[in-house]
Design a protein around this ligand. Structure first.
Ligand code: COA
Length: 252
């Protein structure tokens, strides 16, 4: 990976905030294994560094992320690797992240670009955003504990529409469903997200941590569901039907 595909920054104007930015706009911020590993390292760093009080995920103009890199999906499926994919390691780090997580979505939020937000505490999105998880269309299954968290957050029917039927959710749909905190103009997403993170970073950290832990609840069930999903996800990733779907995308 170019080391600019994930930018990890500590903006001076927002003390206490760590920004993790998808920065591969030429590929719609599709996430490679190396990018997952960089984000995992950043989340560990945030956990361990008292100076980090909040973490903000951001993308680029018009695109949060197009999800997992299709070429990486295909390479992993062909490799026969027994190692857990870097995506799974990142997802677990996300699930146990200790600092408040906020995200700013402008435009495309596909696959993990959507499910990542289920682990965020507050998400700001532009009205042109699209949340979509075409897992089943790619012969895959839901990941990131979305099969547990989405029904809880948005209810069964919407979760099924999103995770199984692959229906896209506009920003308004996402707001109505309780998937995001608020909608702002596209050119305000970044400033609003950073200001939200900065405000959280100013709060008494111990009280905020306790409040967050209480609101989020125990993580054991989330981690167990990530593992359960992973068994199916890994098997499906290697299936002929998934390979055909990835190859069809690569051939377009
Ligand atoms: N993995 C790898 N490359 C991707 C990608 C992905 N998930 N999403 C987009 N890209 C690449 C495209 O291949 C293209 O590269 P190229 O210019 O070298 O050909 C570039 O990003 C621009 O994408 P393009 O498809 O031309 O843009 P678009 O605006 O017409 O469509 C999407 C954007 C996101 C709707 C479309 O790219 C798409 O469906 N991507 C796959 C999303 C997905 O299914 N992710 C996995 C979810 S589990």
């Amino acid at each position: 990976m170019s080391d600019t595909h994930i930018l990890v920054e500590r903006p001076e104007a927002q003390p206490g905030v760590m920004v993790i930015r998808f920065n591969r706009p030429e590929k719609k911020n599709a996430i490679t294994s190396a990018m997952y590993s960089r984000m995992t390292a950043a989340l560990h760093e945030a956990n361990e560094d008292e100076a980090v009080r909040a973490v903000a995920f951001l993308g680029t103009e018009g695109c949060f992320s197009a999800g997992n890199d299709m070429g990486d999906f295909l390479a992993y499926a062909m490799s026969g690797s027994k190692e857990p994919p870097a995506a799974a390691v990142f997802i677990k780090a996300l699930a146990v992240a200790e600092k408040p997580l906020v995200s700013g979505v402008d435009g495309l939020a596909i696959g993990i670009g959507t499910t990542l937000n289920l682990h965020c505490d507050m998400t700001v999105a532009s009205s042109r955003s699209l949340f979509k998880t075409p897992f089943v269309d790619l012969a895959l299954v839901p990941e990131a504990a979305s099969s547990l968290l989405a029904p809880k957050v948005i209810g069964h029917q919407r979760a099924f529409a999103m995770l199984a039927a692959g229906e896209g959710f506009s920003a308004q749909d996402a707001l109505d469903a309780g998937l995001i905190w608020k909608i702002v103009e596209a050119d305000a997403v970044e400033a609003e997200t950073l200001s939200l993170a900065a405000a959280l970073a100013k709060k008494p950290p111990q009280a905020l941590k306790i409040a967050r832990d209480l609101v989020r609840g125990p993580r054991e069930a989330v981690l167990a569901r990530i593992d359960e999903e992973l068994v199916h996800f890994s098997a499906q990733l290697r299936s002929a039907e998934a390979r055909a779907a990835f190859e069809a995308f690569m051939r377009r």
